[in-house]
Design a protein around this ligand. Structure first.
Ligand code: HEM
Length: 494
């Protein structure tokens, strides 16, 4: 950037209000010959026709690591370059907020950890991260095992009847059961029952998905809000979830009061190891609304993400029998027929690679969303405050220059004796859990949950696509903003 831009950036850094800066520097920006981000003009239909991150991949090959996508008055910056991603997510993360994501998820997550920004986010992150300490995650391994065993029993029945099963919703129930226990010690038992609360959770999730793909924010229209049957249903569901959470908080508070509490870093109540229990025992001083927002955020963040990873992992495995048999060999030799333990997590190396690779090909979410809070320079292009930015993890993970045979499911691409791939050792070309200060707090939790589930399922069953199952690409079912809800459709067990 030229001198004026540098001057403006420096003034911004010392706290000059951006309104004043914009006014002062307006004339310069017009006259200055600064490079402009390449622009892809399009019709919204082009990206609405299928999961929107797939056409974004084609545009990336044409326009490069940063380009502007314009639809009439609206525009987005699409980032697919690892060093720009590193700058936005890590090196200059203070200059970015969650933008659209926070707006759309407000109705369900409020000011929970995912949408929260600034000081509130800092305070809540500091309170919540310690709850996921090593001893807690280790204790979760047996929960993962028990829940997966329940799923295995269900599959046993289907297998002996020779029935096809739709794995996506079973994985969704599995991860809902796990996250309910793990976050607030509640057994949804969704694998066996479909009671009101389970339905309420799904109503809210589907609504988040609908809102994120809606061309206009219909839920903000005053009268519509009150008369639309769907909106009324959503409000009822939210009410039920909130009152259930309030009850769980009250129960947990009583437990904490009755306990002879000695709080320390790795504090855990053996009877109720949940995150909620840790937070209350730590004396986390927070309004009940904030606590509910955080619990709801953890519930959603930890539920559909893991379910989608498992669905895609089994879809990929069903297409690569050689990977499947190598995986089964590892599981047989490490586990035999017992349940996994924390010690096994280190030994199930190939199982871990299978998950790493499923996360590369089908990252959850496929894009990370930010909004610039101040002017900045990305990839040599000056950008303004208020830009909506999509970091396409999908593009980073499939970049043909970076990955050999990028579209191939190849767990061998990371040697078993090497480190687990993560954003740091892959230099922001691989971001399954994001990076920088807003990185996923549940990465270890989720990795072990997935390893346990995959190991226990392949230990007992073989999986293949059901005859007549529609091809996956036709079924692409996605949530624009946060989750990719995969559909590997029917997987037949035999
Ligand atoms: C954030 C992925 C499981 C809790 C994130 C982010 C990603 C991610 C990519 C960063 C979002 C961004 O930068 O905009 C995943 C995947 C999971 C998973 C792929 C499963 C395979 C979980 C679980 C939990 C969790 C199990 C809770 C126990 C969170 C929270 C944040 C987050 C609270 C927000 C952190 C912050 O903003 O400070 N996750 N996640 N996630 N995740 Fe996960």
């Amino acid at each position: 950037p030229g001198f004026p831009a540098l001057l403006k950036n420096s003034l911004a850094k010392v706290g000059t209000p951006s309104e004043i800066l914009d006014f002062l520097f307006k004339w310069m920006e017009v006259s200055e010959d600064y490079p402009k981000v390449p622009e892809a003009k399009g019709s919204i239909r082009a990206v609405q026709s299928e999961a929107f991150f797939i056409p974004l991949y084609e545009l990336y090959l044409t326009y490069g690591g940063i380009f502007r996508l314009t639809f009439g008055p609206k525009s987005f910056l699409i980032v697919s370059d690892p060093s720009i991603a590193k700058h936005v997510l890590r090196d200059n993360s203070k200059a970015y907020s969650k933008g659209i994501l926070a707006e759309i998820l407000e109705f369900v997550m409020g000011k929970g950890l995912i949408p929260a920004d600034g000081e509130l986010w800092r305070v809540r992150r500091r309170a919540i991260v310690p709850a996921l300490h090593q001893k807690y995650v280790a204790a979760m391994i047996s929960l993962f095992g028990q829940a997966t065993d329940r799923l295995c029993k269900k599959l046993d029945a289907a297998a002996s009847d020779g029935e096809d099963v739709e794995m996506e919703s079973l994985f969704s129930h599995l991860t809902l059961d796990i996250i309910g226990k793990a976050v607030f010690n509640y057994d949804f038992d969704s694998l066996t029952n479909n009671a009101g609360i389970v339905e309420a959770v799904y109503t809210v999730l589907r609504e988040a998905e609908n809102r994120s793909v809606a061309p206009i924010p219909f839920w903000e229209i005053p009268i519509w809000k009150d008369i639309s049957p769907q909106q009324r249903k959503v409000n009822e569901a939210l009410k039920l979830i909130n009152s259930t959470l309030d009850d769980l908080i009250a129960i947990c508070k009583r437990m904490v009061e009755e306990e002879e509490l000695q709080f320390h870093e790795e504090y855990m109540n053996e009877k109720d190891p949940s995150i909620l229990h840790f937070l209350l025992a730590s004396g986390d001083d927070v309004s009940s609304k904030q606590l509910r927002d955080d619990l709801m955020t953890l519930l959603i963040a930890g539920h559909e993400t893991s379910a989608a990873v498992l669905t895609w992992a089994f879809y990929l495995l069903s297409k690569e029998p050689s990977v499947m048999s190598k995986l089964q060999n590892e599981v047989d030799s490490v586990l035999g027929d017992r349940f996994p333990t924390i010690e096994d997590m280190k030994k199930l190396k190939y199982t871990t690679r299978v998950i790493n690779e499923a996360l590369r090909l089908y990252p959850q979410p496929p894009v990370l969303i930010r909004r610039s809070l101040e002017n900045d320079v990305l990839g040599g292009y000056p950008i303004k405050r208020g830009e909506d930015i999509f970091i396409s993890v999908w593009n980073l993970h499939r970049c043909p220059k970076h990955w050999e045979d990028a579209d191939k499911f190849n767990p061998e691409r990371w040697p078993l004796d090497g480190p687990n791939p993560n954003e740091t050792n892959q230099n922001f070309s691989y971001l399954p859990f994001g990076g920088g200060p807003r990185k996923c707090v549940g990465d270890m939790f989720a990795s072990f949950e997935n390893v346990v589930a995959v190991a226990m399922l392949v230990q007992r069953f073989n999986f293949q696509m059901a005859l007549g199952a529609p091809p996956v690409s036709d079924l692409f079912f996605y949530l624009f903003i946060y989750f990719l809800l995969a559909d590997s459709s029917k997987v037949r067990i035999g």
